[in-house]
Design a protein around this ligand. Structure first.
Ligand SMILES: NC(=O)c1ccc[n+]([C@@H]2O[C@H](COP(=O)([O-])OP(=O)(O)OC[C@H]3O[C@@H](n4cnc5c(N)ncnc54)[C@H](OP(=O)(O)O)[C@@H]3O)[C@@H](O)[C@H]2O)c1
Length: 314
């Protein structure tokens, strides 16, 4: 039976000794969306999240309100001097600059959360003797309360030169309910670009759809209320089968007439929207062929329909 401390910790909590850091203190440099979310998540998981610093000051004070026992400190160096495990949750372009300005020690573990930035951005920490790594949660962070609720089940892209530290990062991800994938060395930028298709680019697609709904007088909220359950159905269909088998719709069925009607309507709405519609429809053809519900001859007819140039019509 566990004592009082064990009872208050979640069952999956990492025992600090397991990462070779008895009583490791976590510190956050940069208190934006990701910093605030991870600080709360690790604190709830039983880690000692002790200190934070933010350039503007307000973020660290906010974190102090949100995380029991955390102190907002006056400098990034003060966080490093107080903590063992330092999370550099600043903007990507600031990571190297901030890391370069700190005197690190060999007990430090220093991690950034950028998907696209090489862990070599932490070279100064490494040359001072610290252990470095990358911890990139595949999650959309804006409102920390929303991001915190969404963390369980998220995948974290982890990278570290030292195998033992890579294991530490995996265990830390597990502590906050996440799974991990190892980001191949030197591949961070392309890995991160791929993630954009289901993050910001996906929101751009939703925005395109919403702008069409507005043309028939629906509000953004009306459109989202109608479209987001469709998104849930789409992800369920793909989750339970595969990309190709999860895709329904007129290309999958080979309904060329519907594609033609779409093109005419979208071109009338906006030639610019027509271009995007054509590119995306083109990308669905291989999936329709792969699910064997679209024949090559019907695929050719769809391609022919797409080959017309989008023009403004009166
Ligand atoms: N947002 C996401 O969906 C997401 C997902 C996964 C990973 N990430 C990564 O997580 C990291 C943080 O992103 P975020 O979304 O939390 O960004 P954010 O909300 O914009 O916060 C970034 C923080 O960096 C600080 N900062 C910027 N330039 C600085 C400088 N020169 N010196 C010191 N501090 C500086 C800002 O401080 P002030 O508030 O004082 O200006 C701000 O608190 C980034 O590496 C990002 O790529 C983000």
């Amino acid at each position: 039976m566990g004592g009082p401390a064990a009872q208050t910790r979640p069952a999956r909590c990492l025992v600090p000794e397991l990462i070779g850091m008895p009583s490791a203190k976590f510190g956050f440099i940069g208190c934006g969306s990701v910093g605030r979310t991870l600080a709360q998540a690790f604190s709830r998981a039983g880690h000692q999240v002790a200190a934070a610093w933010s350039r503007g000051g307000e973020g660290a004070l906010q974190m102090q309100q949100e995380v029991e026992g955390l102190r907002a400190l006056a400098s990034a160096q003060a966080v490093a001097d107080t903590c063992d495990f330092v999370w550099l949750t600043v903007s990507d372009d600031a990571i190297a600059r901030v890391a370069d300005g700190i005197a690190w020690q060999s007990h430090h573990k220093v991690v950034h959360c950028s998907g696209a930035t090489d862990i070599e951005a932490l070279a100064k920490a490494k040359s001072d003797g610290a252990t470095i790594g990358g911890f990139h949660p595949l999650q959309m962070f804006t409102d920390p309360a929303v991001a915190l609720r969404g963390l369980p089940g998220v995948t974290v892209g982890v990278e570290a030169a030292e195998p033992a530290f890579l294991e530490t990062l995996k265990r830390l991800a597990g502590d906050i309910g996440c799974t991990t994938v190892e980001v191949p060395r030197g591949q961070r930028a392309i890995y991160h670009a791929s993630v954009y298709y289901v993050g910001p680019f996906f929101i751009a697609l939703l925005s395109e759809a919403v702008s069409i709904w507005k043309s028939f007088s629906a509000s953004e909220r009306d459109a989202l209320n109608a479209l987001l359950p469709l998104l849930a159905g789409t992800t369920s269909a793909v989750t339970s089968s595969s990309l190709a088998k999860g895709m329904g719709g007129c290309v999958a069925r080979g309904d060329v007439g519907t594609v033609r009607r779409h093109i005419a309507a979208i071109d009338l709405f906006s030639p610019n929207a027509g271009e995007l519609y054509r590119s995306l429809t083109e990308r669905t053809i291989p999936l329709g062929l792969a699910r064997a519900s679209l024949t090559t001859s019907v695929a050719d007819q769809i391609r022919e329909a797409l080959s017309t140039a989008p023009t403004a019509k009166g």
